[in-house]
Design a protein around this ligand. Sequence first.
Ligand code: PLP
Length: 267
Amino acid sequence: MTAPHSSPRPPSALTIAGSDSGGGAGIQADLKTFAAHRVHGLSAIAALTAQHTRGVSAVHVPDTGFLRAQIDAGFDDFDVRAVKLGMLATAEVIVAVADALEHYRPQYTVLDPVMVATSGARLLEPSALHALRTRLLPLASVITPNLPEAELLLGASIADRDAMHRAIDGLFALGAHAVLLKGGHLPGDGDVVDLFAQPGSVREIAHPRLQVDAHGTGCTLASAVAANLCLGRSLQEASVAAADYVHDALRLGYRPGRSEVLVLDHF
Ligand code: PLP
């Protein structure tokens, strides 16, 4: 791998997330995304899922001591520039991850507040929402909720673009530092518009809507933000580049399973 910059130790990205045995989302999508950006990827597996393109059949959550050992091993040897957080499954896991982040204070943390899979499977215990909101959200450099996740975080419905702007204010009030709010769940045939916001500024990121049923887009977006941060881009540049990357990966997506569900091409 060519060093992406002049540092003697190129920065690494660490994903703390769930494994998707079907290879479309989670840790597997994150590591493919890091590799596509030529960023060295580390992983700490917070949960294991048995799943394919039609759904999740089992979840196993390893003990938090083992999770912490994986995180410690990453920080002990690598220049971890950006951490990406995905499926964390339980409040106990969230607390362990928050404790580790408070200890190591990485330069960037990208929080994808994974709660429910597109297939409908729950990936976060309902009782863990409080810990996510109070412990992790304030530690994140940027959060990347989709609309159903933002609705659960805020306890309010988001039905149109104006409501998305109000939701951003609400997420800042909860302690978010920057927000990449994904607009793909709004109905309509027009462009998909995501909003990237930092206090005092909001930028719209628009792409033509692709009428496909896809798996792993959220994981890929958040890990592409983390990879771009490792490459030295700003939060806004990283968010725009990541949204472009997901759009292209979706356009080139393919169907490896028996269902119509598309998996992204992590070129
Ligand atoms: N499985 C795991 C392990 C994940 O981390 C995610 C991420 O959100 C999903 C499944 C859900 O992926 P999607 O909602 O894109 O199907």
